[in-house]
Design a protein around this ligand. Structure first.
Ligand code: BG6
Length: 482
């Protein structure tokens, strides 16, 4: 018997900036990611002032979906996808971000993409902002430090909601809105919000001012969207790194409570429509001035979301008496006081592989919020190599996905979590967000391109392609078909 609902949204996930390329085609403006160079294994990406011709910017070409979308969507159809999560590049629609009139060529591109998806019965699931803010808004307005940017975002949202109201039903406002809580790593505030922190600033206070403007922008977009089409389903999107307390020491438990509040501050507001008591208390204690305007309470209340989209890749552990653990290549989910988990293996990029952590996450989110959940990112970034038959037999990726899907099914079937769908990240190889590498591959479809931009861009199915097609065909019943 099928354990998941018949209309379960099996799909794949991507983001415009990481796969479209065409960074200056048909009137597109520069976005914040267009000035980010490629990093390397364990080496951070640089954010340059403008485009430096001496440097390599991998997102400019991505995997050239902009010019190959028909071929790629045909492959997604062959894989059996029921939905495709991607984003609309904001700077394709409003090249500078502050225009009144949109760029018609940019709007047409997404008409073509959505029509092509719909032709095959693939439901588009669209993120409004996935690290693609127009660069002009960051440079001239200070990004989401500036309240005006919330209005520009609302105008962008309204424009695309109106244009695609009969083509797209599922939306999300900001991708991984909560990952910018990690102010130690400048790329998160930059890509999410177009914000850089000056040396003498209190980064935490800036973060909460930015967060407020972005929460207002998200709530406004939800309200506008519902007015345009009441059948829209509009969600939030957070990054969820599951947290364990290191021990039953009460101090570790309190560290765990504090860490979870960092994780949940954004969704607490976006789901409930008001600020949580712990945040208000903290602002008061620290003397932070968050820049509320008259009417903001109402905006937040009227703009609550329908569902929670989230990414899940890994878990972490917090221990009260250690300072920040920052080993080379280690990702700690943006939390100080993180330590390694001796029970869990890590990927080559230091990401802890923890499928049970996904079941734990689904239960935690559902217990806390009681609204539908959507796993909109999960996957295994790895180096792929061709075998002697010219194939990529990515059993490590299949193992990862299988274990996570199994955990998700258990959460839905045995624990009663309301789960809408599952879209593995980077369904086709794309540029890595954190490192800018091509070598860190998530795809079930290989793309011939390397870290330096060499390669034919030819597509080739990996072993995981057929495996996943079978998973979808059997609605998750058959996970062991390889
Ligand atoms: C999430 C982002 O942080 O994780 C994606 O929403 C990103 O944009 C994904 O690509 C995986 O991260 P990375 O750095 O391995 O590409």
């Amino acid at each position: 018997m099928t354990k998941l609902p018949k209309d379960f949204l099996w799909g794949g996930a991507l983001a415009a900036n990481q796969f479209e390329g065409g960074y200056d085609q048909d009137g597109k403006g520069l976005s914040v990611i267009d000035v980010m160079t490629s990093g390397a294994h364990g080496k951070a990406r640089e954010i340059t002032q403008d485009i430096d011709p001496q440097k390599y910017y991998p997102n400019h070409i991505g995997i050239d979906f902009y010019n190959r979308y028909k071929e790629d969507i045909a492959l997604f159809n062959e894989m059996g996808l029921k939905c495709l999560r991607t984003s609309i590049a904001w700077s394709r629609i409003f090249p500078n971000g502050d225009e009144i009139e949109p760029n018609e060529a940019g709007l047409q591109f997404y008409d073509h993409v959505f029509d092509e998806l719909i032709k095959y019965g693939i439901e588009p699931v669209i993120t409004l902002s996935h690290f693609e803010m127009p660069l002009h808004l960051a440079r001239e307005y200070g990004g989401f430090r500036n309240r005006k940017v919330a209005d520009f975002f609302a105008h962008f949202a309204e424009t695309v909601f109106k244009r695609y109201k009969d083509k797209v039903k599922y939306w999300m406002t900001f991708n991984e809105i909560n990952n910018q809580m990690d102010t130690d790593n400048p790329i998160f505030l930059w890509t999410n919000s177009g914000v850089s922190i000056d040396e003498n600033e209190n980064s935490e206070e800036v973060l909460y001012q930015v967060a407020h403007n972005e929460l207002i922008a998200s709530a406004k977009a939800v309200k506008i969207g519902k007015e345009i089409n009441p059948n829209f389903e509009i969600g939030l999107m957070i990054s969820h790194v599951a947290i364990y307390p290191y021990s039953c020491n009460p101090e570790d438990m309190m560290e765990f409570v504090k860490a979870n509040r960092l994780r949940f501050f954004f969704p607490d507001v976006q789901v409930r429509g008001y600020y949580p008591g712990y945040a208000n208390k903290m602002f008061e204690q620290k003397g932070y001035h968050i820049g509320w305007q008259e009417g903001d309470e109402k905006i937040l209340k009227e703009g609550t979301v329908d569902y929670i989209g989230f990414s899940y890749y890994m878990s972490t552990v917090v221990k009260h008496d250690v300072e920040s653990y920052k080993g080379e290549n280690v990702t700690n989910g943006g939390l100080n006081h993180s330590v390694d988990n001796p029970f869990i293996q890590q990927s080559d990029w230091g990401w802890a592989i923890d499928p049970t952590g996904l079941r734990y996450t689904l239960n935690t989110l559902y217990d806390r919020y009681q609204i539908p959940l959507f796993i909109v990112e999960n996957g295994f970034g790895a180096v792929d190599e061709f075998n002697e038959h010219g194939e990529i037999n990515d059993t490590y990726r299949i193992d990862y996905l299988k274990a996570h899907i199994d955990a998700a099914i258990k959460a839905a079937d045995e624990d009663g979590v309301d789960l809408m769908g599952y879209t593995p990240w980077g369904i086709i190889d794309i540029i890595s967000f954190t490192t800018g590498e091509m070598k860190k591959r998530y795809g079930l479809i290989y793309v011939d391109r390397d870290n330096n931009g060499h390669g034919t861009l030819e597509r080739k199915k990996k072993a995981s392609f057929d495996w996943y097609r079978n998973v979808i065909e059997t609605n998750g019943e058959s996970l062991n078909s390889y």
